[in-house]
Design a protein around this ligand. Sequence first.
Ligand code: B12
Ligand code: SF4
Length: 497
Amino acid sequence: MPPDSKLRILLIDAAERWPLQDGESPRICVVPVGLLYLASSLRAHLRDMVETRILDTSLEGFCPGAIKELLAGFSPRIVGIRCIAPYVESARRIAALVREELPESLIVLGGPATGAYLDDLFRGGRTADVAVIGEGEEAIVEIARRVMKNESLEGIPGTARMTESGIGYAPPGNFIAHLDSLPFPDPSFIDLDRYAGRMSYSYNKRRQGIILTSRGCPYNCIFCHRFMGQKFRARSPESVLEEITRLYEGHGVRDFYVIDDNFTLDRGRAEKILDMITASGMKLNLNFNSGLRADITDRPLIDKMIKAGTRWISFAVETASPRLQRLINKNLDLEKARDTINYAFERGANVVYFMMFGLPTETAEEALMTVEYARTLRPPIIPTFFCAKYFRGTEMHEMAKRSGFDMARIERASRVPYHDIRYTHTPAMSSSELRKVYMEFVEEVFLDRERLSLAIGRQMESYTTDEILDTYHILLGRPFPSIEGILEQAGMKKIKS
Ligand code: B12
Ligand code: SF4
C-alpha cells in the first residue's frame, strides 16, 4: 500500500490549558500511557494501513499555532482527544480548532471524562463526532476500520454520538477480559528523552516506564470513578516481566512507575511479579505511585518490594477519622496502615501518603485528627494535603447534592488541582476553618524541620540535587538556589501572619 493511502490518526492528550512559557516553574509530565495503548492496538490490528501520531499537550503546552501546524502537515483523517475532568474545556477548544482547520476529519473523544462529563463535551452542537466511554483499545480499532471502509459509526459498543435529538448511546462496551492479549504500549510513538527532561510521578527526571499490571478495583470509595470497572482484571506476572524487560533492554528505561488502581489486591500475584523482577537481575527502580492500601500491604510484602528495587511507595490514607473512613467506604485499618507506612520508611523507601480534607460532613476537629495522625508517621518524602474533589458521576457528588453543599463551588473545586484549597468546604467546616487546618498541616507536618531534613536526606540517596530543587520548587511554589535554602524555609515556619 503506498504511504499516502494510509489512514492518518492523531491522538491528542488534552492536559493543558495554556502555551508553555520560557523559564516557567518545573512541572510533572508523564508518558501518556493510555494513548500509547491505543496507538499500539491500532498498529497491531491494522498494521501499515494506519499511521498514528501522538501530541501530548502536557509536554507541548496548549499552543493553537503549533496544533494548527501539525494538523496542516499531517492532515489526519481521525483526531482522537483524551480528556480528564479538569480539562473538559481544553478538550472542547482542541475539538473546535480541529473542526475549523480540518472540517472533514472525524473527531473522537475518549478518556475518563467521557462518562460523567459528556454533556459538557458535546455542548454547542457538533463539537465532536463520537465519544468512547471506558477503555478505548477495541473501540478505536473498530472506528478506524469503519472509516477505512466508509461505513457508519452507529452501534459501536461503548460509544456515544451527538444526534439531532440529543446524545445517542450505543450499548456499553465490555471491559477487556484478557489484558495479556493487548499489545504492550510502545514508547516509540513518543520521545522518551523529552519526558526525561520533566518531572515524573516520583518527582524525578528519568526515562519513564509507566506500567499498568492490572485494571479495575472492587472497593467502593465514594469519591472514586472506578472507571476501569469494579472487577479486578490482572495481567499475568510473565506478561508484566516481559514488558519491563523490553523497556529495560530496548529503550534504556531504568525507572518504572506502577499506576494500577490496586496493585496489592491479589497478594500472590503481586509477590510473584516482585520475585520475578528480583530473579531477573535487572537493576531497576520501582515506584508505586497510585496510593496503595496500607492495610493490605504488610511488612513481608514491603520487604519483597524493596528487594525488587522499590524506591517510592505512595499510600492512600485519606482521613484519620474512623467515622469518615466508614462514610467514604474506605474502612482503612488505621493502625495497620501506620505500621506499614512507618516500616516502608525504615526499609529505605521514599514514602508518600495522601490525606484528604473536606470530605462530606467533615468537621474541623476531624480534619485536625488527620493532621495529628500525619504527625505520628515516620517522615514521608511528601506529606500530601489533598482537597476532596466531588467529581460528577461519583457517589460523593450525589451525597453533596443531597446534603446542601454549594454545588457551584463544588464544580469550581473539581477543576483546580488537589492542593488548591480555595473552594473546598463542607456544611460543617467553613473555608476559613479549613484554611486554619491547612496552615497547621503546613507548619506542623510539611515544614517540620526534622521531617524535612530526613525527607531530603532520603531523596539524596537516589535523586540528583537538580531533581530535589525542582521538587521543592513545585511543592513550595518558588525556586531554591540550594538544598540549605529549602531547610531554611523550615526554620521560618513559625513566622506567619
Ligand atoms: C496516573 C494518573 C494521574 C497522573 C497523570 C495524569 C494523567 N495524565 O492521566 C497524575 C498524578 C498527574 C494525575 C493527576 C490528576 N488526576 Co489522575 N489518575 C491517574 C490514574 C491513576 C491512571 C491514569 C492512566 O494512565 N490510566 C491508564 C490508561 C490506560 O488509561 P487512560 O489514559 O484513561 O486511557 C484509556 C481510556 O480512558 C481510553 N482513552 C483515553 N484517551 C482516549 C482517547 C480516545 C480518542 C479514545 C477513543 C479512548 C481514550 O482508552 C485508554 C485505554 O483503555 C487514573 C485512574 C485510572 N484508573 O485510570 C487517575 C484519574 C485519571 N485521575 C483523575 C483526576 C481527577 C486527576 C486530577 C484532576 C486530580 C486533581 N484534581 O488534581 C489530576 C489532574 C492533573 C493533570 N494535570 O493531569 C481521575 C479522572 C476523573 C475523570 N472522570 O476525569 C481518575 C480517573 C481517578 C479516579 N478514579 O477518579 N492523575
Ligand atoms: S481503593 Fe482506590 S481505585 Fe479502589 S475504589 Fe478506592 S480509590 Fe478507587
